[in-house]
Design a protein around this ligand. Structure first.
Ligand code: HEM
Length: 207
């Protein structure tokens, strides 16, 4: 128990390093000619990376048998939400100056904004129901069904990135390919489940 708390502490510190570096760059004015773009792009990329790491936990656990990985999934997912919130806040505050009418116009005008917004909105119920209390309240089955929304959020996030990139789409397509592998692995196990007669890897209780 003590070990896991320490590991979670180490993970949190590591997950906050990119934010510290970003704030340091902003403080030293090392953010290029367009600071808003720099911060939006950095926080957007961090959101996507954390979201994909969250989605990678289950396949990695199943492939490697490292069951303890699941203990860190919630925390990584919450960091995805945290960076997503900062990304949205950057847009709402420094791009739109809290002008909600202008935001609605932008959502209608630029599809990538609408899709990004959808990705973030889908992550809200997941963050709210991430506590042990909420798992108990919803019941394991309903909770897992609800949390399948993360697949849609992942697809919307990659689509958002792909839509906003104007010329070189290699990076968004690479993220799309990684997402496809992560979701494809789940689909594969659904249709070709492991032989139940073979010794099964024990599932750890949610921590
Ligand atoms: C889960 C949610 C989201 C993810 C994963 C995400 C991800 C990303 C990524 C990866 C980028 C590009 C980074 C780069 O070019 O290096 C980006 C850019 C951007 N995102 Fe998001 N995003 C999300 C939600 C949103 C939302 C809700 C908004 C605003 C309503 C938004 C607005 C923008 C804008 C304005 C840009 C910069 C576009 C540009 O520089 O041309 N995103 N986002």
């Amino acid at each position: 128990m003590k070990d896991i708390r320490f590991s979670k502490f180490v993970l949190s510190v590591n997950a906050l390093v990119p934010l510290a570096l970003l704030l340091w760059d902003v403080y030293r004015k090392q953010v290029g000619a367009n600071p808003l773009e720099f911060v939006t792009r950095t926080t957007g990329m961090l959101t996507l990376v954390f979201l994909l790491i969250t989605l990678a936990v289950s396949p990695l656990r199943k492939i490697t048998g490292l069951n303890w990985l699941v203990k860190f999934r919630r925390m990584v997912g919450l960091f995805a939400f945290f960076y997503g919130f900062l990304h949205l806040l950057t847009y709402v505050w420094f791009d739109r100056y809290f002008n909600f009418r202008s935001m609605i116009g932008d959502i209608l005008e630029r599809p990538f904004i609408a899709v990004g917004m959808a990705a973030f909105v889908l992550m809200i119920p997941l963050a709210i129901t991430s506590t042990n209390k909420m798992v108990k309240r919803l019941g394991g089955k309903r909770w897992s069904q609800l949390h399948k929304l993360v697949y849609v959020a992942g697809a919307a996030a990659v689509t958002h990135y792909w839509l906003l990139v104007k010329s070189d789409t290699r990076l968004p397509l690479t993220f799309g390919f990684i997402l496809l592998l992560l979701l494809g692995h789940r689909l594969f196990l659904k249709y070709y489940p492991p032989d139940p007669h073979l010794p099964q890897k024990t599932l750890l209780p949610r921590d």
